[in-house]
Design a protein around this ligand. Structure first.
Ligand SMILES: Nc1nc2c(ncn2[C@@H]2O[C@H](COP(=O)(O)OP(=O)(O)OP(=O)(O)O)[C@@H](O)[C@H]2O)c(=O)[nH]1
Length: 346
């Protein structure tokens, strides 16, 4: 019998891990699940976050699956099939990975009789989709195009009109995908999965077409409003059409910075670090950051997605870790920022 595979794709910080956690909790409690995480960077955070779930997790760090990692990925899946003997495999590609490349791994002869792609979901951050489409279209479009189901995240505050505009913007990229536009907290995981099996059961409302208004000013999520404050990411050659015949691999476009340290953060110092990630253009253009670090009296888990961040309590880890993904990152400045502010009361 072929093992079903769910791929939960989506751009940086879209909500892939959050959705996987929900599915593990609500749908896959009774199954032996193998979760393959592809983290962009040298340290993994998501595996620690999901460690309490009943799931076998394997993380592959660095780079993207399209290059040398394809072999590693294939190897890890083959080993898991033999050793873990999972009843289901879930793959979370890196946010800067291409879904088509994950699918091409599964389409290899070696998996023909052993795996079958069941749910191919792309989580779309409703608040950032337009910006990502505009600035990182090559990756974002690939993720949207190859999904069977598009699940909106962070859409609880959007109006019906805004959801309609978003759907209208993305439909030309993937006219056949099923949509989930209802905020997740109102749905059971099973309902989200059923959409793939029964495209007619769509948890969405169909609206008449609307013109998309992109507005003259839009937030890129980094705190500026395209007023020239720090425009380096908008002038990046990668997205200006200067390489019309060349498709990028993620490492050419994005960089990752990883940090491991036992030092503790006060709440204030961590807040300062996260605020600076979005404001200090000398750090580079930070798209995503996440980490679990020691705090004053408990461990702290932080999530940063292009300008928005939050800090919550976490369970203790072997060592504090942080990852930053972005463009033109200045690693020495990031080191300085995290190290300078790690001392409590700094
Ligand atoms: N309000 C809201 N927040 C969400 C939703 N989905 C995810 N988030 C938050 O968005 C942040 C990133 O979520 P993750 O699930 O880690 O995103 P991801 O796609 O796994 O991120 P990477 O793999 O690191 O790119 C976290 O702070 C989540 O709590 C949603 O539907 N609504």
């Amino acid at each position: 019998m072929r093992v079903p595979v769910d791929i939960i794709s989506g751009f940086l910080g879209a909500g892939k891990t959050t959705l996987i956690s929900k599915l593990l909790d609500e749908c896959y409690q009774e199954q032996r699940v193998f979760l393959l995480e592809n983290e962009y960077g040298e340290v993994g955070i998501d595996g620690s976050l999901l460690a309490n779930q009943k799931v076998e997790v394997k993380e592959i760090y660095s780079g993207c699956i399209c290059c040398s990692l394809k072999g590693d990925f294939t190897q890890v899946l083959l080993e898991a099939l033999d050793k873990v003997k999972p009843q289901r495999i879930i793959i979370e590609p890196t946010g800067v990975g291409k879904l088509s490349e994950i699918l091409s791994v599964l389409e290899q002869d070696v998996f023909q009789q052993r795996l079958t792609a069941e749910h191919i979901i792309t989580v779309v951050d409703a608040l950032k989709a337009e910006i990502y489409l505009r600035n990182f279209g090559e990756f974002f479009k690939d993720q949207v195009k190859h999904a069977r189901t598009l699940v909106l995240s962070k859409n609880d505050a959007l109006t019906g009109d805004q959801v309609r505009e978003l759907m209208q913007m993305l439909r030309p990229i993937n006219p056949t995908a099923a949509w989930v536009t209802t905020p997740w907290e109102n749905l059971k995981g099973k309902q989200i999965l059923e959409v793939t099996h029964s495209p007619e059961v769509m948890f969405t409302r169909e609206f008449p077409s609307l013109k998309i208004s992109l507005g003259s000013q839009h937030s890129c999520g980094c705190g500026c409003h395209h007023s020239g404050e720090h425009r380096q990411h908008h002038e990046c050659n990668c997205h200006s059409g200067k390489h019309p015949h060349h498709l990028h691999a993620a490492p050419e476009v994005f960089q990752g910075w990883s940090w491991e340290s036992p030092k503790a953060f006060s709440n204030e110092s961590l807040q300062r670090v996260l605020t600076l990630l979005g404001k200090d253009s000398q750090l580079g253009y930070v798209l995503r950051a996440k980490g679990i670090v020691p705090g004053e009296d408990q461990w702290l888990h932080f999530e940063y997605v292009t300008g928005d961040w939050k800090i919550t309590a976490a369970s203790p880890q072997p060592i504090g870790r942080a990852v930053v993904i972005g463009q033109n990152l200045k690693t020495d400045r990031l080191n300085h920022l995290f190290e300078k502010c790690v001392e409590i009361g700094c």
